[in-house]
Write a protein that binds this ligand. Sequence first.
Ligand code: DC
Length: 225
Amino acid sequence: MAAPQTQIVTIDGPAGAGKSTVAKQVAAALSLAYLDTGAMYRALTLKAIRQDVNLEDEDALVVLAGQTTIDLENHASSVKVLLDEEDVSEAIRTIEVTNKTFYVARAPRVRAIMVEWQRAIGEKKGVVVEGRDVGTVVFPQATNKFYLDADLTERSRRRIEELRAKGNDVDADKLTAELEERDNKDKTRSVGPLKKADDAVVIDSTHLSIDEVVQEMLKAIKKDG
Ligand code: DC
């Protein structure tokens, strides 16, 4: 694949490592768009649940993807996820969608469609893109790649805090177990597994603030630029 014409910064890593917050801030600092690939997998999962599509039926998921448009709109202080033009930014964050997205994410032909959509966005404009396979599969020629990690305990603590702040009742042990299960599913699927790209800069955010991670990334990007 040829080097991208646009500036592409990829951030891969497990759930709860801080990718979204960091990616949005890096994108703002560099005047790039922010691309949340997980939101695309979530949006298709939401549509499948709503339409009672069998999540284990890859053919059905491929057909569904073909009948779907997913747009990610960048606004000054928020990012909107549009599923067939409906704003589903909140609806894709439920526990049900979170726990069922692996069905869509493990289906190779669905992933191929998602990758195509993501590349089409990156061809048009510079992006900071976050996900699991964005540095390895989607944009192997990205300008800068990062792998953002953190201990399971810390990632779980952050998620619990986030959910409780939104007024949710959280069972901490259950949430930690679910996070670990998602890590395993992400790392062991046959297509697009969560993996550090060979040329990615690894940042462990366990003991770092958001701002420290952002500064570390901006420093690495500046050094290479
Ligand atoms: O980043 P997230 O938690 O919103 O992602 C939701 C799910 O989508 C996650 O369990 C793994 C999957 N995903 C993926 O398989 N590949 C990506 N590039 C991004 C997310």
